[in-house]
Design a protein around this ligand. Structure first.
Ligand SMILES: Cc1cc2nc3c(=O)[nH]c(=O)nc-3n(C[C@H](O)[C@H](O)[C@H](O)COP(=O)(O)O)c2cc1C
Length: 103
C-alpha cells in the first residue's frame, strides 16, 4: 500500500464539513504535488497516497500515534524514497482531462 517506502508525509487540515473544505483539500493537494515534483527532481521515487490516508482518517488511535493535532483530518499523503524504477518520458493524450472551453 505504501510501496515499502521509508517515508510517508501526511497532510492534515481542519475541515468544517461544508463546501469551504475545498480550499483545505486543494491546499493539501498543492503541497503534495510540489513535494512530489521536488522528490522527482532529487531523483527519488514518490507517489501520492490517498487510500491509506482515508483509512487513517477513521482511526483515532493511529492519528494520535502519528501526532496529528486534535481537530485536524489527514486528507492526503506522499511516500518518498529511493526507487529502482526510472521515470520515463510518456505521451499523455491532450484529452486525458476533459476540458470545456467557453467562448
Ligand atoms: C488524489 C490522488 C490520490 C492518489 N492516491 C493513491 C493511492 O492511494 N495509492 C496509490 O498507489 N497511488 C495513488 N495515487 C497515484 C496515482 O495512482 C498515479 O500513480 C499518479 O496520479 C500518477 O499517475 P500518472 O503517472 O498516470 O499521471 C493518487 C493520485 C492522486 C492524484
Amino acid at each position: 500500500m505504501l510501496y515499502g517506502a521509508p517515508m510517508l508525509i501526511v497532510l492534515a487540515t481542519k475541515l468544517k464539513g461544508d463546501a469551504s473544505d475545498n480550499s483545505g483539500y486543494s491546499n493539501a493537494a498543492t503541497v503534495i504535488e510540489n513535494l512530489n515534483l521536488a522528490a522527482v527532481e532529487l531523483g527519488l521515487g514518490a507517489c501520492h497516497i490517498w487510500g491509506a490516508i482515508a483509512a487513517l482518517a477513521e482511526d483515532d488511535a493511529l492519528k494520535q500515534a502519528l501526532k496529528i493535532p486534535e481537530g485536524f483530518t489527514p486528507v492526503g499523503g506522499l511516500v518518498v524514497g529511493d526507487s529502482a524504477d526510472a521515470y520515463t518520458k510518456r505521451d499523455i493524450p491532450d484529452n486525458r482531462i476533459a476540458t470545456e472551453i467557453l467562448d
